[in-house]
Design a protein around this ligand. Structure first.
Ligand SMILES: Nc1ncnc2c1ncn2[C@@H]1O[C@H](COP(=O)(O)OP(=O)(O)O)[C@@H](O)[C@H]1O
Ligand SMILES: [Mg+2]
Length: 334
């Protein structure tokens, strides 16, 4: 039985995951994973290869069943009513999903049929127009650039007007410009189309730049959850690094609210803050006459990740699985 308190919590969040375990034989792909995704946010699941990101998405999109624990998507239990869950979501997998031989419009039609979407053509045209590729609607995907394919995939995930979109490593293997373009598109889908987004990534800067909140996952376990700045502050906080021309009144700054500590070395005063948002307020209260220059040193998500997991995300092993799958597909075709 679900208690009344639980029930209202389930409805308050887009996604609610509690004590999720998924075993593949002896491998614990998910080891007691719990997190909530709020309505309207971009939630990032950040972790290295093999951390359990895809497995989490597979459970939440009902492609696989968990070993134990519960998961609600759009207020619906993934085990009890997978069909209803599917009607509330759209997803983009890291595997290739477009049919090369079909046009963009035909791919969208296929997706619309899979999801029983009515009025699909009008929706498809609006989406392609919004994404600036309406001109290419009737061209075969085989002739599309990577960026255009990505746009079609995102349009496909939106065709049924779902509440929640899942994106598994949406920019893996893309060049910097295409990645930047996609980030803008993902923000647009979130802000202007009003979609809650759960995305996975092993790119620090992607999670940092896109996500309202991040869960760091490592070896099937969530090691931390917070906003990018909350996670960064776990490793020591933002530092105001000032160069001063004369004796500096250390004590008065130490007494200020939200100052963690003050270090003085040669003519440098380093003020460690509790929260980076306090920098302006603290600078306002300092006598700046003796200050000749200053800079803000922000802690990085990389540093937070290393502190939390004991190792850095291995970015060398950046296989472009999409390309790989596409090569395999094309080679196994008649
Ligand atoms: N179908 C499967 N059969 C056996 N092991 C699997 C399967 N899918 C994933 N795993 C294992 O589960 C762990 C998590 O994998 P995955 O969720 O794909 O990680 P990520 O997406 O973060 O790279 C890995 O150790 C992986 O080898
Ligand atoms: Mg994966």
């Amino acid at each position: 039985m679900i208690s009344a308190g639980w029930r209202s919590e389930i409805l308050e969040y887009s996604i609610k995951v509690k004590n999720l375990v998924k075993n593949y034989g002896d491998v614990k792909a998910l080891d007691d994973v719990s997190f909530d995704v709020r309505k309207g946010e971009i939630f990032g699941l950040l972790g290295p290869n093999g951390a359990g990101k895809t497995t989490t998405i597979k459970v939440l999109t009902t492609l696989t069943e968990q070993t134990s624990g519960t998961a609600f998507v759009g207020g619906v239990d993934v085990l009890k009513d997978p069909t209803k869950v599917k009607s509330k979501i759209g997803w983009i997998s890291a595997d290739i999903i477009l049919d090369e031989d079909l046009t963009a419009m035909e791919n969208l039609h296929l997706q619309a049929r899979l999801q029983n979407t009515k009025d699909w053509r009008k929706k498809a045209e609006t989406l392609l127009k919004t994404f600036g590729i309406l001109d290419a609607a009737n061209k075969r995907i085989g002739k599309f650039s990577t960026g255009m394919r990505k746009k079609v995939e995102i349009a496909m995930s939106l065709i049924s007007d779902p509440e929640i979109i899942f994106m598994d490593e949406p920019t893996i293997g893309l060049d910097v410009a295409t990645r930047q373009m996609l980030w803008d598109l993902i923000r647009d889908v979130n802000k202007n189309h009003g979609k809650t987004i759960l995305l996975t990534t092993h790119y620090m800067e992607e999670a940092d730049s896109l996500a309202d909140r991040i869960a760091i996952i490592d070896k099937g376990k969530i090691v931390a959850i917070g906003t990018p700045s909350e996670l960064k502050n776990k490793v020591g906080g933002t530092v105001i690094d000032m160069e001063v021309s004369a004796e500096f009144d250390k004590k008065s700054v130490e007494k200020m609210k939200n100052v963690k500590k003050v270090d003085i070395k040669n003519n440098h005063v380093m003020i460690t803050l509790r929260n980076e948002n306090d920098a302006v307020e603290i600078l306002r209260r300092i006598d700046l006459k003796k200050v000749t220059s200053f800079k803000l040193i922000k802690p990085s998500l990389d540093a937070a990740f290393i502190k939390l997991t004991g190792s850095s995300i291995n970015q060398d092993n950046d296989t472009d699985y999409r390309k790989l799958y596409s090569i395999i597909r094309n080679n196994t075709r008649g």
